[in-house]
Design a protein around this ligand. Structure first.
Ligand SMILES: Cc1ncc(COP(=O)(O)O)c(C=O)c1O
Length: 430
């Protein structure tokens, strides 16, 4: 099995987080997002432990909540001592509604409106990660108006290719995110920030990409970011105390994917970081990181009911399910791979495409998979590793309600997000 929270019992029934997927589907219906709370907590602890062991006090991992944003996640993050990164007022509001401390929120995004900025400053959001000069000046104006000195980090683009999908590669010089170090725009933004009386420039941020497996990506990033910080000290006399390295560690979507030894990688990154600080005679900054996918991806599974099986002789077979790109657009967006399990059958397998119910030929969950040849209407099919960027990217295309998120916990399962009803869908229409 792809992950050790997936297993089969003696009757070949699929279990997730130790519970029968068939029983869960009977109780909550399909399509259904399942989340394994212990796995989320375990992944968060892995990061907080690695940070405590490897970086200065005050260093911490922040959960990149764009990967999965609903109240239960922020409660868990708070419990586990994580900060969070939010990219919209909606995410901030969700965190605050879950009693997540505003001061532990980092506000990201490359197009924060004046209304967004005011919303976050008024609520005491701890730190803005400022993407560009337009935002910086708007933030200064709004912070001044509210009489606040706002902590900021500046998002830089270090010019690193993390060798991942183009759509989730974000640290190249021509990226839409941040200010490029190579072109001198990062230094300009930094000096502009230092000149603002209502901004406290704490440091710099970068995020080079997501689903990153290459061993040296963060070391190569540090090799750009730390010399930049040393150059800032030289040109301005200011020693920035914080470096945020973004998120990005990859997870296994298929058996053929490597697994990343995250504690081992963090230890190696820290060693490289300390050595370069010593070489540059630069006081070690506090380190922040923003893992999203590697915290929640393997804590998720989506369960569907088969609606139809279609064999097109000489061509292909489709297994069509009651969900699709509405609850998981990642294959449609960038051909993201997934592993698919039948919830209760084995035996002779057939090659097929797992298609969704939306009116788009591109509504595909995964092509060229194998499922039991006798798969039929009413069977349950499960897609693994759907905890990250599935619920959070879900839409109402074709006016389908989004599935519920059921949190599986050894203290008792609970519905973290309810199924979206037709009345709720109609609620916004006049
Ligand atoms: C700025 C920033 N930080 C962190 C993340 C989280 O990345 P991941 O989920 O790959 O860990 C992202 C993802 O896109 C991001 O844009």
């Amino acid at each position: 099995m792809l992950s050790d929270n997936i297993s089969r019992d003696e009757n070949y029934l699929l279990h997730f987080a130790g519970q029968s997927v068939t029983a869960l589907a009977e109780e909550y219906g399909t399509p259904l997002y399942l989340m394994d709370e212990q796995r989320i907590r375990g992944n968060m602890r892995m990061y907080t432990k690695a940070f405590a062991e490897n970086f200065l006090p005050g260093s911490r991992p922040l959960f990149a909540s764009k990967a999965a944003s609903f109240k239960a996640i922020y409660r868990i993050a708070k419990d586990e001592g994580m900060g969070v990164d939010c990219v919209s007022c909606g995410e901030i509001a969700t965190a605050l509604a879950a009693d997540f401390p505003a001061g532990d929120i980092y506000f990201h995004g490359n197009c924060k409106t004046d209304a967004d900025i005011r919303y976050a400053v008024e609520r005491g959001v701890g730190c803005f990660v400022v993407d560009n000069a337009d935002e910086l000046l708007a933030l200064e104006r709004i912070a001044a108006g509210l009489g606040v000195k706002q902590r900021v980090l500046l998002r830089l683009s270090p010019g690193i290719d993390p060798h991942t999908y183009a759509e989730v590669s974000t640290g190249m010089v021509d990226s839409k995110f941040g200010a490029a170090v190579e072109t001198g725009q990062a230094m300009e933004l930094l000096k502009l920030s230092l000149a603002q009386p209502h901004l406290l420039t704490e440091g710099v941020h970068c995020h080079v990409g997501s689903q990153v497996f290459d061993e040296d990506v963060y070391e190569r990033t540090i090799d750009i970011m730390l010399p930049f910080m040393a150059q800032v000290r030289k040109e301005t006399g200011v020693t920035l105390p914080v470096l945020n390295m973004g998120g990005g560690y990859g997870v296994r979507y298929r058996e053929s994917d490597k697994s990343v030894d995250i504690p081992g990688r963090i230890a190696a990154v820290a060693e490289h970081f300390r050595a370069l600080c010593a070489e540059l005679d630069f006081p070690e900054p506090k380190m922040l990181m923003e893992p999203g996918r590697s915290i929640v991806a393997d804590a998720g599974m989506t369960v569907y009911t088969v609606g139809a099986v279609k064999h097109i002789p000489g061509y292909k077979s489709y297994v069509i399910v009651d969900g699709g790109m509405g609850d998981n657009p990642r294959y449609a967006l960038y051909k993201a791979p997934y592993t698919v399990y039948h919830a209760g059958k084995g035996g002779v397998m057939m090659l097929c495409d797992l298609a969704g119910r939306c009116c788009e030929s591109g509504d595909m969950l995964q092509p060229k998979i194998t499922l039991p040849a006798d798969t039929c209407r009413g069977d349950l099919v499960c897609v693994a590793t759907t905890g990250a960027y599935n619920y959070s990217m879900a839409s109402n295309y074709n006016r389908l309600g989004r599935p519920p998120v059921v949190m599986l916990s050894d203290k008792g399962n609970y519905v973290a997000v309810k199924r979206e009803s037709i009345d709720e869908l109609l609620g916004l229409d006049n």
